[in-house]
Every structure is written in structure tokens, then in C-alpha cells.
Design a protein around this ligand. Structure first.
Ligand code: NAD
Length: 265
């Protein structure tokens, strides 16, 4: 019987794979037959994800990597090619939130740090993988942006600006690389329960307000990391072979509506 797993024989790099959406994508990719190269700054949690994946029979290597450091990204891509001889999929998922005080109280160092991780990380990884993907005339790059990069009001201003930059970088990269059969897309999550949003969910539960979490999106709820990972899987797979340059919201419909407080019943 032939192997019908959707990423059978593919090799994928996922950054920020120790938690949340990256971890969920790693597990789903492994179940769908991909060999994995996983990166994160959180070494202990990353090692746990490796255990989880080997536990389900997956093939995986991990490397502690700070995506904001170009040399570390280069080394990660080198490890992937040394281990598996090729890379088919790159998921630029590592990201940080931040900056909610009003503009005049903001620290420019924090702006730079958010940009270093959220946009320069994907820039370094794309820069160092494209020669390999172009030579093989095959590749799918997925950048994890945010609805915050499409509309304001879903994060701090530096976070939103970094995700808007990432969506635009996705489009310019797709245009440059389309002729080499390398696809580049973004996924724009709405409100997902992960380590990043844990304080928000914990506060809502402690205040008895959990039913209000996510209520302004059309589906009236927040999502699980797996619900984003399934969209990443689709864009990574050959089922998306004619899709490039797109920013796919996975947000319960919030980017489709005006979401006026009090309007929804
Ligand atoms: N959770 C949400 O509601 C939400 C919404 C929209 C977009 N996103 C985006 O999804 C992506 C994943 O976030 P998540 O919600 O799973 O968060 P998370 O905090 O659970 O996971 C992010 C991971 O990235 C790692 N990381 C942080 N900085 C890093 C760096 N410099 N180098 C390498 N790894 C680093 C963290 O250690 C962590 O394991 C991020 O890009 C985030 O902006 C999340």
C-alpha cells in the first residue's frame, strides 16, 4: 500500500518549535511523514518536543537557535542539510509579543528586539535557504505573521508593525522566488491559547471571564494551536502547489468583520 501521508519524504525546519503553534506544527508534520529540524531558544522544552516526536516514531534533530542571530540561523540550515541532505519546508514561526504602553513611554531597544526576532529572523532564514531551494526548484516557506499585521488592535504597535513587515516580506519573496518554484506564504493567527497568550487566558479564568475570551471574532472563541498548525500543514504540502504570496488569516473570522464591541449577540 502506498504512503498517503501528506509530507511523506519531506524535510522541514520549524523555528520556535518548543511551545505553542510551533510545537503543534512539529507534531502534525511528524505524523504526516516529515523529517524535522527544530529550533528554539528554550532548550529544555525543545528537548521535550524531540522526545514527543521520537515517541510517535518521527525523525527529528534539534538545535538551540536564537533566530535574531544570523550566524545561528546559518548553522541551523547547515545542520538540516548535513543531516537530511535537503530542506523542502521552512516554517518561520518563532516570535515575541510586547509593547503596550503609550508611544511616549516606549523603549526603542524593545522595538528593535521585537523587529530582530519577528522580521529579521525570517529574513535571515529565507536568505540562507533560498539558494538551496532554487537549485532544487522546490520549496515552501511559511511565515507565521498575525492578524495584528493586517489590522491594529490585536497587539502592541511594534508587534503589529513587525507582523505587517513580515506579510509584505512574504509577498516580495514570493514574487522573487516564484520563477524557481519556491512558494512563500504567511499564516495570520487570531487569538490562540499558547505560552505567549497564557497570562491573558489565566487572567480571564481567574476573573470568571473565560466565556468572553475571543467573543469578538465570528466564531466567538479563541483557538487551539493545532487549528493554526493544520493551515501551516496545508500550505507546506503539495496540495497548495499553486498558492504563493498569500497571507491566510486563521482567526475565527475577525479580520472579515468590523468587530464592534456590543454588536455581537
Ligand atoms: N498565540 C497567539 O494568539 C498568536 C496570534 C498571532 C500570531 N502568533 C504568532 O505565532 C507564532 C508562535 O507563537 P505562539 O503563540 O506559539 O507563542 P509561544 O510563546 O507559545 O511560542 C513561541 C516560541 O518561540 C520561541 N522564541 C522566542 N524568541 C525566540 C528566538 N529569538 N529564537 C528562537 N525561538 C524563539 C519561544 O521560546 C517559544 O518556544 C509567533 O510568531 C506569534 O507572533 C501567535
Amino acid at each position: 500500500m502506498s504512503d498517503t501521508r501528506r509530507l511523506n519524504g519531506k524535510v522541514a525546519i520549524i523555528t520556535g518549535a518548543a511551545n505553542g503553534i510551533g510545537r503543534a506544527a512539529a507534531l502534525i508534520f511528524a505524523r504526516e511523514g516529515a523529517s524535522l529540524v527544530l529550533a528554539d531558544i528554550n532548550e529544555a522544552s525543545l528537548a521535550q518536543v524531540r522526545e514527543d516526536i521520537t515517541g510517535i516514531g518521527g525523525s527529528v534533530v534539534i538545535q538551540k537557535t536564537d533566530v535574531s542571530v544570523e550566524e545561528e540561523i546559518k548553522s541551523l540550515i547547515g545542520l538540516a542539510i548535513k543531516t537530511y541532505a535537503k530542506v523542502d519546508i521552512l516554517v518561520n514561526n518563532a516570535g515575541i509579543s510586547g509593547l503596550l504602553p503609550s508611544l511616549e513611554d516606549q523603549d526603542i531597544k524593545e522595538w528593535r528586539h521585537i523587529f530582530d526576532v519577528n522580521i529579521m529572523g525570517p529574513v535571515y532564514a529565507t536568505k540562507h535557504i533560498v539558494k538551496h531551494m532554487k537549485e532544487r526548484r522546490q520549496g515552501s516557506i511559511i511565515n507565521i505573521a498575525s492578524v495584528a499585521g493586517i489590522r491594529s488592535g490585536a497587539g502592541g504597535n511594534a508587534y503589529s508593525a513587525s507582523k505587517a513587515a513580515l506579510i509584505n516580506f512574504t509577498q516580495t519573496s514570493a514574487c522573487e522566488l516564484g520563477g524557481s518554484n519556491v512558494r512563500v506564504n504567511a499564516v495570520c493567527p487570531g487569538l490562540i491559547e499558547t505560552e505567549m497568550t497564557r497570562p491573558f487566558f489565566e487572567y480571564a479564568r481567574s476573573a470568571g471571564k473565560e466565556l468572553q475570551v475571543g467573543k469578538y471574532c465570528e466564531l466567538r472563541r479563541a483557538a487551539k494551536p493545532e487549528e493554526v498548525a493544520w493551515a501551516i500543514l496545508f500550505l507546506a504540502s503539495d496540495e497548495a502547489s499553486y498558492i504563493t504570496g498569500q497571507a491566510l488569516p486563521v482567526d475565527g473570522g475577525i479580520s472579515a468583520s468590523l468587530s464592534l464591541p456590543g454588536r455581537k449577540i
